[in-house]
Design a protein around this ligand. Structure first.
Ligand SMILES: Nc1nc2c(ncn2[C@@H]2O[C@H](COP(=O)(O)OP(=O)(O)OP(=O)(O)O)[C@@H](O)[C@H]2O)c(=O)[nH]1
Ligand SMILES: [Mg+2]
Length: 647
């Protein structure tokens, strides 16, 4: 690939609803630029961008891919992003490496949820926007209507490049002097117009719209020309904000002469090369053989092999300059979100923002003994896609996958099988119920085994009552009824029993136990015997003290457009949820504050997506434990008993 400087490089992310044609537009651009001689088709699995086996199999993009297009002396580094909402992590990564986002709209489908989401993602990242209305070759498409809908949804910033009047107005609004000239009825000079337009685009106040067809190639060359002229250059961006080695705020000019720094916005697990880190060059130069300092890991990396990527194809990179996107393989410490820099001028840029997972599923090995393989496989996959999480829940003994949606989780489990040879089964997560007592009891636990040989004798009287702390133990013995040296064994025995309650085998909490009497045998008493006696007392004592089940209650915040409020409220009520309040949001829509039992929320992500056509999102966190209603409690206890008998 020819050497390009900051002035001749453009970095652009392709965004938009699944299936609107992003990957195909890239094919058309590669064809127009002469990089390929035949247009690949997603259906045929021969596109440059969807090169991953699974993408070919599924027929849609799964991870972001870098595809540079060299046209008219300009290299545009396109990042093709997946349209499915589960892969939002890929969109957020891509938007950290580019100076503009092109929102692709399918002319035959018009404005879709993915269009809105792409628009919002650009707004959240303060990324200038362009719109490409694709598939104009299809029958009965009405491009003018699509443009009108876009203007209605997103406002007057949306302008077609041939709409001179609207453009002049938009340009006028970018600068006081131009506004005055505009209202004075004076024409702008070409330079004033171009500068105003570029400024308006860079500020996100002007969003140019063009249209064409990736399938026929119509409008593709004009599209590339438009990007070359109007996409802000990396060098014109404001200095990059970060922190220095002391954690103090620091910034770095986007300039080739400044010390080297690069932001790792994506990691690819390549089946042949291994780990590949995609680096957006922020400042300075990078060349193979250089040392680069990882400011998060505080370790230096040897940049053995540095190269350009076009899809899966590598191209030599004698050096990379500020503003370019380059790849490096086999870095030891580096992960997505890291900053690589010159050790003499350390800086760290903020990591990529990945939304909290909203869907949790438990994974179990299909074949016994493969837990570790699952763990290491998931860790490798998380390097490539940090938008999912994995945690081992010690209470329910489950490995929980947390993802953005079902499709992502499906892809992860398929990759586990394909890349790491381990098959998993998906299960609903278990609710970490707890047990406690509402009443008090006063019981005896007596363990006596005296049938020849070493006997065992332990006898305790314990009072159980509710407590604030998780477990409180006190000893109010008198007259040496239980020798002091056996008291720790009694406490230990009780603490061990707290792990598994008599109702449903769940962890027991908020219990006070007072050892106040007992008896012992000079020969046969020992710690074990008193531990067993304590366990017997515990079983009886808890059962007689009005034991109840507790369930985790979550605090939930749901962000939805106004029109879905009724559905959300109705649905939350059906989930034994409580609405705490609503707050109008600055970007439109409402934030609904609610509380709901965890048991009712496992698949909420799926329901919310279908109730709001994926326009809704939510976050949730643990709030407290609360008593399970009696009718449900019986069911849970019965299910537990059945499970215990089945084991
Ligand atoms: N008629 C027509 N079909 C198109 C055009 N562009 C893309 N398609 C078809 O639309 C379908 C989806 O195209 P993709 O390029 O995979 O769309 P995408 O936006 O990358 O989809 P995701 O990767 O899922 O986000 C494919 O069947 C393409 O052949 C076009 O300009 N005209
Ligand atoms: Mg695609």
């Amino acid at each position: 690939m020819k050497g390009y400087t900051g002035d001749t490089i453009r970095n652009v992310a392709l965004l938009g609803h699944g299936g609107c044609g992003k990957t195909t537009i890239l094919e058309a651009a590669l064809l127009a630029a002469g990089h390929i001689s035949r247009l690949g088709r997603v259906e045929d699995g021969n596109t440059v961008s969807d090169y991953d086996k699974m993408e070919i199999e599924k027929g849609y993009s799964i991870s972001a891919a870098i595809v540079p297009v060299e046209y008219g002396g300009i290299k545009t580094n396109f990042i093709d992003t997946p349209g499915f909402f589960d892969f939002v992590g890929e969109v957020n990564s891509a938007l950290r490496a580019v100076e503009a986002g092109v929102i692709v709209v399918d002319a035959s489908a018009g404005l879709q949820v993915g269009t809105e989401k792409a628009w919002n993602s650009c707004r959240e990242h303060a990324t200038p926007k362009f719109i490409f209305i694709n598939k104009t070759d299809k029958e009965n498409v009405d491009v003018a209507k699509v443009i009108a809908d876009l203007k209605e949804k997103f406002g007057s910033s949306v302008v077609t490049l041939d709409d001179r009047e609207a453009l002049n107005e938009a340009v006028a609004e970018t600068d006081e002097a131009l506004l005055e000239k505009f209202f004075g009825g004076e024409e702008f000079t070409k330079d004033e117009f171009d500068k105003g337009l570029a400024a308006g685009i860079a500020a996100g106040d002007i969003v140019p719209v063009v249209s064409g067809s990736a399938s026929t190639g119509a409008g593709i060359k004009e599209f590339l020309d438009m990007l070359a002229v109007y996409v802000p250059k990396h060098g014109s961006s404001a200095p990059y904000e970060g922190v220095d080695a002391r954690g103090e705020a620091a910034s770095r000019p986007c300039d080739g002469s400044a010390p080297f720094s690069g932001f790792v916005f994506k990691t690819i697990a390549d089946p042949f090369v291994g780990k590949i880190s995609l680096i957006k060059m922020i400042s300075g130069k990078l060349a193979p053989g250089m040392e680069a300092y990882n400011s998060r890991a505080e370790k230096s990396e040897k940049m053995g092999s540095v190269f350009f990527l076009r899809g899966k194809t590598q191209g030599e990179a004698p050096q990379a300059l500020a503003g370019d996107i380059v790849a490096a393989s086999k870095l030891q410490y580096t992960q997505t979100g890291d900053t690589l820099c010159d050790k003499a001028a350390p800086i760290k840029y903020p990591p990529v923002h990945f939304p909290q997972p909203s869907l949790f599923i438990a994974v179990e090995p299909k074949n016994q003994g493969e837990e570790e393989k699952i763990g290491s496989g998931l860790h490798r996959l998380m390097e490539e896609d940090p938008s999912f999480t994995m945690e081992r829940n010690i209470e329910t003994h489950q490995t929980l996958l947390g993802g953005q949606g079902e499709i992502q989780i499906g892809i992860i489990t398929s990759k586990l099988k394909e890349k790491f040879g381990v098959e998993v089964e998906l299960r609903d997560p278990k609710v970490p119920y707890r047990e406690t007592i509402k009443g008090s009891s006063d019981v005896q636990g007596k363990h006596k085994k005296q049938s020849g040989g070493a006997g065992q004798y332990g006898d305790v009287h314990i009072k159980f009552s509710p407590a604030k702390e998780e477990f409180e133990f006190a000893e109010e013995l008198f007259g040496g009824s239980v020798p002091k040296n056996y008291v720790p064994a009694v406490e230990k025995g009780l603490r061990e029993c707290m792990g598994k309650g008599p109702l449903a085998g769940c962890k027991v909490v908020n219990v006070r136990a007072v050892l106040y009497d007992g008896s012992y045998h000079d020969v046969d008493s020992n710690e074990i015997a008193f531990k067993i006696a304590a366990a017997l007392a515990f079983k009886k004592g808890i059962a007689e003290a009005k034991p109840i089940l507790l369930e985790p209650i979550l605090h939930v915040e749901i962000f939805v457009p106004d029109e879905y409020m009724g559905d959300i409220m109705g649905d939350m009520n059906k989930r034994r949820g409580k609405i705490l309040g609503m707050e109008p949001q600055s970007g439109g829509g409402q934030k609904v504050l609610a509380e709901a039992p965890q048991a009712e929320m496992f698949k909420y992500a799926i329901m919310l997506r279908s109730m709001t056509q994926a326009r809704g999102s939510f976050t949730m966190r643990f709030e407290r434990y609360e008593e399970v209603p009696a009718h449900l409690s019986e069911k849970i206890i019965a299910a537990h008993k059945a499970e215990a008998e089945a084991e």
